[in-house]
Design a protein around this ligand. Structure first.
Ligand code: ZN
Length: 113
């Protein structure tokens, strides 16, 4: 991969990470506000409510992890290589999905199994 492509994709990942952080933070803020509004509930109920709200952020959190993993691959110099077959992931796939860890074929296989 060209250095400038790598840089650009890394910037994309960093920007995406910031966006996710914002979304997760507002989710947590909202949860805290909702719990404060309810008032007078037992601490056990509060905790359950909190857990539920956090589940709503599951999508964001798993994306967050994927973005983190991708940034680690950038550090290690393995970014853009498929985690399954070690082939280079085509640049257009990375442009669309900068945190992609697998080539299309391996991703399909993972989805099937
Ligand atoms: Zn592969």
């Amino acid at each position: 991969m060209q250095e400038r492509d790598l840089q650009r994709l890394r910037d994309k990942l960093l920007a995406y990470k910031e966006e996710l952080r914002g979304r997760l933070e507002s989710l947590i803020d909202e949860t805290a506000r909702n719990l404060a509004d309810e008032g007078g509930v037992s601490s056990e109920t509060e905790f359950q409510g909190y857990e539920e709200e956090l589940t709503l952020g599951d999508n964001e959190r798993s994306l967050w992890k994927e973005v983190q993993d991708a940034l680690q691959r950038v550090e290690r110099g393995t970014y853009g290589l498929c985690e399954g077959c070690r082939a280079e992931i085509p640049l257009d796939r990375l442009e669309a999905l900068p945190y992609a860890a697998y080539c299309v074929r391996c991703a399909r296989q993972a989805a099937v199994s």
